[in-house]
Structure formats: structure tokens, C-alpha cells
Design a protein around this ligand. Structure first.
Ligand code: GDP
Ligand code: MG
Length: 163
């Protein structure tokens, strides 16, 4: 069976933007408002000689008051259940926040390979906040810019290494 890669992370870090870049089409909904992705969305991705299914998580009713927490839980659950590799996306512009630590703790318990990806690193210079992500103890963070398509090839290499 084809490996499954799930993108998880708190709202607004750029999961759907990344998904759309790899899917090559605008499938997922991208908006400035956190929590707009309503459904899990799947895409087939080809890289080198590998084929895998990519899942954009984030689907929860925006009505929930506790949206960030419930979204985290739902995403982590999807990842635990179906993913072979988990792409844990954080935001290089906002830097490390408490919600990232909570997600990291959930993901650690899965025992599955987790790749820590710092999105919104839009230039070749790493922001100072980049190094804070080492505190998550999930290995070397991989910097990317989904909008500028930077670092995506290196990230794909790291993903397929884990199959
Ligand atoms: P999601 O909630 O995690 O799916 O995040 P979205 O993909 O909906 O993106 C949230 C916001 O971040 C949107 O305004 C995107 O345009 C923006 N964004 C996504 N990726 C990048 C990036 O690499 N650099 C910058 N500067 N903004 C980005
Ligand atoms: Mg989304």
C-alpha cells in the first residue's frame, strides 16, 4: 500500500498552502482565518521513485469555543491512526508557542516518525526564533517556505527516507 503522510500543526501555520503546493492544484482551502480547513483532504504526491498519499488535516467545526485545542486533538488523532510519517508544521514567523509543545507531546506518544517543519522561512536566512524549535526535541527542524517554494525538495527527501 502507498505510504500516508499527514500534515499536522496548529491553525494558520500554512498546512493547506504546503499541501496545495505539493498537490499542484488548489484543492484545500487557504484563508487568513485560523481553522478554515473543514475536511481532511487527500492528494497523491510523486517524488523521485516514490508515491505517497498526503493528508491535509485541520477539519473541525469553527463553532467550537475551544477550537485550537479540539483541532489539535483531532489532527493528532488522524495522524496517529493513518499516517506512516507525520509532518509536524510550525510557524517560523510566530516562533515557538505553547500549543506547539502540546502537539509535540501528543505526537511523541505515537511512536511514528515525526518530521518537524518550520514554515514561513521565506528567505535563505534563518530567523533567530528557528533555534527555539530544537526545544521540541523532535530532531533537526526543516525550514521551508510554502509560498516561495523554498526547501520543499529537501523536505521531500527527508519524508521519503522515512518510508
Ligand atoms: P493552515 O491553517 O495551517 O492550513 O494555514 P493556511 O495554509 O491556511 O495558511 C495560513 C496563512 O499563512 C495564509 O495567509 C497563508 O498565505 C500564509 N502562509 C502559508 N505559508 C506561508 C509561507 O511559507 N510564508 C508566508 N509568509 N506565509 C505563508
Ligand atoms: Mg488549512
Amino acid at each position: 500500500a502507498k505510504p500516508v503522510v499527514a500534515i499536522v500543526g496548529r491553525p494558520n501555520v500554512g498546512k493547506s498552502t504546503f499541501f496545495n503546493k505539493l498537490a499542484g492544484k488548489r484543492i484545500a482551502i487557504v484563508e487568513d482565518k485560523p481553522g478554515v480547513t473543514r475536511d481532511r483532504i487527500y492528494a497523491d504526491v510523486e517524488w523521485l521513485n516514490y508515491n505517497f498519499t498526503l493528508i491535509d488535516t485541520g477539519g473541525l467545526e469553527p463553532e467550537s469555543k475551544d477550537i485550537i485545542l479540539s483541532q489539535m486533538r483531532a489532527q493528532a488523532k488522524i495522524a496517529i491512526e493513518t499516517a506512516d510519517v507525520i509532518v509536524f508544521m510550525v510557524d517560523g514567523r510566530t516562533g515557538l508557542v505553547a500549543a506547539d509543545e502540546e502537539i509535540a507531546n501528543l505526537l511523541r506518544k505515537t511512536g511514528k516518525p515525526v518530521l518537524l517543519v518550520v514554515n514561513k522561512v521565506d528567505t535563505s536566512k534563518l530567523p533567530d526564533s528557528f533555534y527555539d524549535f530544537y526545544q521540541l526535541a523532535l530532531g533537526d527542524p526543516v525550514p521551508i517556505s510554502s509560498t516561495n517554494a523554498l526547501g520543499l525538495g529537501d523536505l521531500l527527501d527527508e519524508i521519503v527516507k522515512r518510508f
